[in-house]
Design a protein around this ligand. Structure first.
Ligand SMILES: C[S@@+](CC[C@H](N)C(=O)[O-])C[C@H]1O[C@@H](n2cnc3c(N)ncnc32)[C@H](O)[C@@H]1O
Length: 184
């Protein structure tokens, strides 16, 4: 079912997602290091200003890749500027998504969907696309903000993923996050 999108976080709000103190309660390395290994290709779906993208690039190492994907080119520009000149620059690929789809063709080992699914107009089609590009054993970690998303709405998102062949494989603890790790 296609949901009406509530709102898309504007580029002007990017700074709020990127404040230093966020690392104290949502440490990207701590959240992602159990899930990302050297050499993986990983997707940061709805990457925003790249709060998680840079940590993902460090975790995949020089032989891995991160696809930073977002609807808004303004968000991607922020990430482009952040990685420019860093040793991780060549590991980060940029992808601007159309509004209703993911449209990534590359096979990936892990997908992060942090605070994005409630903004997406068609989660079911995203999960269908993710199912098609995930390598065997891969997973998607969905994290939604409890201050914007009700438990019922979160359960519906998990249901949408299940309708595309995913099963709940865990629920890692994230401060200010309802989480679902989904595997095929
Ligand atoms: C609340 S921000 C979260 C950013 C980042 N994941 C974080 O946690 O810092 C949501 C992001 O999802 C992006 N987004 C919203 N709808 C999207 C869509 N249909 N396709 C791709 N990205 C989308 C927005 O542009 C925004 O950058």
């Amino acid at each position: 079912m296609i949901r009406r999108k509530d709102r898309v976080c504007p580029v002007e709000m990017a700074g709020a997602l990127d404040i230093g103190i966020r690392k104290c309660f949502q440490n990207p390395e701590k959240i992602l290091s159990p899930l990302i290994r050297t050499g993986m290709t990983v997707l940061d779906f709805g990457c925003g200003p790249g709060f998680f993208t840079l940590a993902m690039a460090r975790l995949v190492g020089p032989s891995g890749k991160v696809i930073a994907a977002d609807l808004q080119d303004g968000m991607l520009d922020i990430v482009r500027n952040k990685v420019r000149g860093l040793d991780i620059e060549n590991r980060v690929l940029f992808h601007q998504c159309p509004e209703n789809a993911l449209d990534v063709r590359e096979k990936v080992d892990f997908v992060l969907a942090f605070y994005i699914m409630h903004e997406h107009p068609d989660p079911t089609s995203v999960f269908k696309e993710v199912a098609a590009i995930l390598n065997p054993g891969g997973c998607i970690l969905i994290v939604e903000p409890p201050f914007h998303v009700s438990r019922k709405a979160f359960a519906k998102t998990v249901n949408d993923a299940e309708s595309q062949g995913f099963a709940l494989a865990g629920s890692p603890r994230v401060f200010m996050g309802m989480t679902a790790m989904m595997k095929r």
